[in-house]
Design a protein around this ligand. Structure first.
Ligand code: TSJ
Length: 647
């Protein structure tokens, strides 16, 4: 495609140069979600995704990321190089437009495939706007072309030719602005996981990560992509049969999928992607996959008389212990996203395309691999039996309950309201804090469940033991929606489950145990965004007595400095070492009241980090666990488990 022609079609009135970038600096969260550690890395993804799109379109098969010592980061590809031609109306080089305007999305190319982030959507301009500098070198047309922006995207060095080259590709180095972000420290683990995920989705492309701060290096290259993705996700699990992978092109949609069954695992783990972007909330492709696999397995069981008069298998019987990745590519013209966060594929064609693919190919596979097929059906029947038995047990309990009065737990102080969605359950470490929480709660919708003592010896706990623990049993009863295979998030008695512990190592251990428990036995609670960790303040700065008494809470050292300034000369500081040191009124206003409290929402954001971390946390290696807690649980910052901060 001729870039010049394309740019000529541009409506000049639509182009807002630096004004646009100032808007980004005023409201960064609108463009990158937040200004915390996730927002910071969002800048990196924006740039990397452009390089990924270029190789997705067939140009370049190596992408390098280098974390620099000076706080900057470099992303390099071997593609065609960003166009440098002059745009007639504005007399600007295309590369300059791309880095300084917010309306360039889609205008610069019409490639078949384009991630929703997009080859030159607004991403590069946003990254530029939020950086102290952004330095771009384009190897193209035999020239080394260079342009540099500083101070939030202002042109510093106009496009120049530095010399001749035989190479082609793009190198971008930028340094995020600490005035915008709460942290500007790049996290090796986050970038490592993102690149590994990209490498799984983009097979046969080499990804290299270097960290000049530590001299760490990593390289990802996968011949088969999704197959290796599943192998990595299942590496510490007991599996049934091999990884099975299928792919096909149906009309304008290209489909790749891979899956494998695990034993001793209740959960289904399905990750789906469209044009390399995760579709967190599933959509038509996931529905198609579920429909197709259910029908394939049921038909096979029926044809081979394996159900022996039993009812048909339900989808959930067939998906217990299943790990699957679905990756679709489609042109923008048929791409439709739904839902509040646009994380759900709406494209109707994808449903029948995926459903037919998995149905046809898996049916064939089952017939070709009878031994595997029979053990799979056995496993599904086991799940079905467990599901039916649990339902029966539940009904019996329900009938009993009608006669007797329900005694939930003498430990629980319930909420008065029956509006489950609005109700909040505080799981509180320790009886004394539990007492304060009871007095400080809003009795209408806040319930308190104190954990007596430490719930478990954190040094030698396995999942089975965790489940048998009395405190955990109380939690299961209190939430009221079952656990494991029979957990049904629709029945949860609370819209928010809030873990409230001291800000110390013991507190961290309790958080980990509870989160691990929820992750394994009530995962939909986490994916539905109902699990939170309360962050109590570390300090209270105060002055005066009687009606002159003033005070302010502080959650970290930065807050503390601000609070001292605000309270002024003669201030005194309380340092809270635990929840127990706050009186009910203080606990209420600082940690429980929605208008002041700080809650971290627990999310499973990163498919590749969770299992690894849970393996460490639940493993036998106590030293490794201790190290993990010390490195990852920092009460002054969001940690890896935490997705968003709500104030
Ligand atoms: F995000 C970014 F702009 F900073 C960036 C873009 C960063 C990196 C590391 C690479 C890239 C990038 C862009 N790599 N390759 C491209 N390709 C184009 O911009 C391109 C090249 C040729 C044509 C054409 O039609 O001839 C069109 C485009 C959009």
């Amino acid at each position: 495609m001729d870039i010049k022609k394309e740019i000529d079609n541009y409506n000049a009135s639509e182009i807002e140069y630096l004004e646009g970038l100032e808007g980004v600096r005023k409201r960064p969260a609108m463009y990158i979600g937040s200004t915390n550690v996730y927002g910071l890395h969002h800048l990196v993804w924006e740039i990397v995704d452009n390089a990924v799109d270029e190789s997705l379109n067939g140009f370049g098969n190596k992408i390098t990321v280098i974390i620099r010592n000076d706080g900057s980061i470099t992303v390099q590809d071997e593609g065609r190089g960003i166009p440098v031609d002059i745009h007639k109306k504005t007399k600007m080089p295309a590369v300059q437009l791309i880095f300084t305007t917010l309306h360039s999305g889609g205008k610069f190319n019409e490639q078949a495939y384009k991630s929703s982030a997009g080859l030159h959507g607004v991403g590069s301009a946003v990254t530029n706007a939020l950086s102290l500098f952004c330095d771009v070198t384009v190897y193209k047309n035999g020239n080394i072309n260079h342009i540099r922006f500083e101070n939030g995207g202002k042109l510093k060095t106009p496009l120049e030719i530095l010399g001749k080259t035989l190479k082609h590709g793009t190198t971008v180095t930028f340094k995020p602005d600490p005035k915008i972000f709460s942290t500007v420290e790049f996290k090796w683990d986050m970038i490592y996981n993102h690149l590994q995920e990209s490498a799984f989705l983009l097979k046969k492309v080499r990804f290299i990560l270097k960290d000049e701060r530590t001299n760490n290096e990593a390289e990802f290259y996968y011949e088969n992509g999704l197959k290796e993705y599943i192998e990595t996700l299942n590496q510490s699990k007991l599996t049934l049969g091999p990884v099975i992978d299928f792919n096909d092109v149906v009309g304008q949609i290209s489909i790749e999928l891979a899956f494998q069954y695990c034993l001793n695992e209740y959960n289904e783990t399905i990750y789906s992607y469209v044009n390399n972007v995760r579709t967190r909330d599933g959509g038509t492709h996931e529905s198609g996959f579920k429909t197709g696999i259910t029908k394939a397995v049921n038909d096979f069981a029926e044809t081979n008389s394996l159900l022996r008069g039993k009812a048909k298998l339900e989808g959930s019987d067939i998906r217990e212990g299943l790990t699957a990745i679905i990756s679709l590519r489609m042109p923008e013209s048929i791409l439709e996203f739904e839902g509040q966060t646009k994380g759900k594929l709406g494209t109707q064609q994808a449903l029948s395309a995926v459903s037919n693919l998995i149905y046809t190919k898996f049916t064939y596979y089952l017939n070709e691999n009878k031994e595997f097929a029979v053990s799979l059906i056995k496993k599904c029947i086991d799940s079905q039996n467990a599901r039916l038995a649990a339902r029966k047990a539940k009904e019996e309990v329900r009938n009993k309950k009608k006669k007797e009065t329900i005694i939930l737990s003498d430990k629980l102080t319930p909420a008065q309201s029956k509006d489950y969605e609005l109700n909040e359950l505080f799981i509180v470490e320790g009886d004394s804090a539990g007492g304060s929480a009871k007095k400080g709660r809003n009795p209408k919708y806040q319930a308190i469940l104190p954990l007596r003592g430490k719930p478990l010896n954190t040094d030698s706990i396995t999942l089975d033991k965790l489940l048998k623990n009395e405190e955990i049993a109380t939690i299961i009863n209190t939430i009221g929606a079952g656990y494991g295979q029979n957990f049904d998030v629709k029945n949860a008695h609370y819209g928010k489950i809030i873990i409230m512990t001291d800000a110390d190592t013991d507190g961290a251990h309790i958080q980990i145990l509870l989160l691990t428990f929820f992750y394994h036995y009530m995962r939909p609670l986490i994916t539905a965004g109902k699990v939170y960790v309360a962050v109590p303040p570390l300090y209270r700065v105060y002055k005066g007595t009687g009606k002159d008494f003033t005070y302010q809470y502080a959650w970290n050292d930065e807050d503390l400095a601000k609070a001292k300034e605000k309270i002024g000369r003669g201030y005194l500081v309380n340092r809270y070492k635990g929840l127990g040191e706050m009186n009910p009124a203080q606990l209420k206003e600082s940690t429980m009241d929605p208008s002041h409290r700080l809650l971290l929402k627990v999310g499973i954001d990163d498919p590749l980090s969770v299992d690894k971390e849970i393996a460490i946390l639940m493993g036998k290696d106590t030293l490794l666990r201790k190290k993990w807690v010390e490195e990852n649980i920092n009460f002054n910052q969001e940690d890896k488990f935490m997705k968003e901060v709500f104030k």
